[in-house]
Write a protein that binds this ligand. Sequence first.
Ligand code: GLU
Length: 398
Amino acid sequence: MIKLNRRIAELKPSATMAAEARATEMKEKGIDVISLAAGEPDFDTPERIKEAARRALKEGRTKYTTVSGITDLKKAIAAKLKRDNQLDYEPGEIMASAGCKQAEANVIAALFDEGDEVIIPTPAWVSLAAMVGLSGAKPVLVPCPESAGFLLRPDDLKRAITPKTRGVILNSPSNPTGAVYSASHLGEIAKIALDADLWMLSDDVYEHISYDGLPPHIFRVEPRLRNKGIVFNSLSKTYAMTGWRIGFAAGPKEAITAAARLQGQNSGNPNSITQFAAIEALTGPQDDVRKMAEEFRARRSLVVDRVRALKGFKLPNVPQGAFYAFPNISELIGKSVGGRTIESGDTMAAIVLDEAKVAMVGGNDFGAPHHVRISYAASRENLSAAFDRLADFLKKLN
Ligand code: GLU
């Protein structure tokens, strides 16, 4: 066995990526799998964005760019932050990356260190704790109970803070729960973070897939946090651009410059063609964004009804944003089929994939082992067929 770096040896595969990969592998073998695993819109990237990429190719925009992205893209990101979030950032305070994931990983690695603690309200997206762990800091998972709408309670945050705490990562709307914070709730959290002098990392990836209008921004609610605040966002979900790999971070210049230094050593600029497409995405007409969000709203109703009709699936909270349902399957723990027993959300997802040919992600790596995550970034037709399969599968359990 080769000796690996300790942190890499301990690193688990991304549960979302692994679930999607298993579904793809089965499909490649000719098995008819419906994937509700990865959070990936089924829509095609809007034509205006593809056209901008074609133009960039024709113009030969195929060279290295500044590591943190071309100035015109940073200006487009600054304009977006002003338009959507009423936040002011200079191009020098912005870094574009190959997906929001890379921006988050580089900023987290730049800010945190061995001996630091970073608070992650849980359930949380699977990669956040991994990124914090890779930086050498300790992820401190603070449970947000389902009965509290999966939202971080201010008292729980206060209790989790120690002299070692350096930051909090918030994600509203949340992947995987769909929970959205109100302005007053954000205000309470912001005050605690300010008092303890913590970094506030705000992951806004699902802001445009939010069913009651754009969610309030924590740095708008408490502008003093901006000096120790990082905004993260992506074009993947908003513009159906997952494969293009483009996202960004905005924050105090020193922090962003440090993260870009790391990016310059470990990867370099995000894809040059993608950067030109991203300028069009951010600055062009936004009707496609609204259209896609409306379709997600219709799918949400379908999914909430169908999940609630499944025996043993509980979904007390209607997701307010993102495109995931995160039902509780506690009642099914201990049930078996074909000699296999459901022990957790993960085993449930594995058994459902084999038996019902529906891919979803187990809740374990989201910090919620009695849950499964169902993505409804899939067509209504596929969603209906998947729920028919799930209903049939549940009849076989004993
Ligand atoms: N963020 C999406 C998800 O949770 C895409 C996969 C990933 O990056 O984890 O499914």
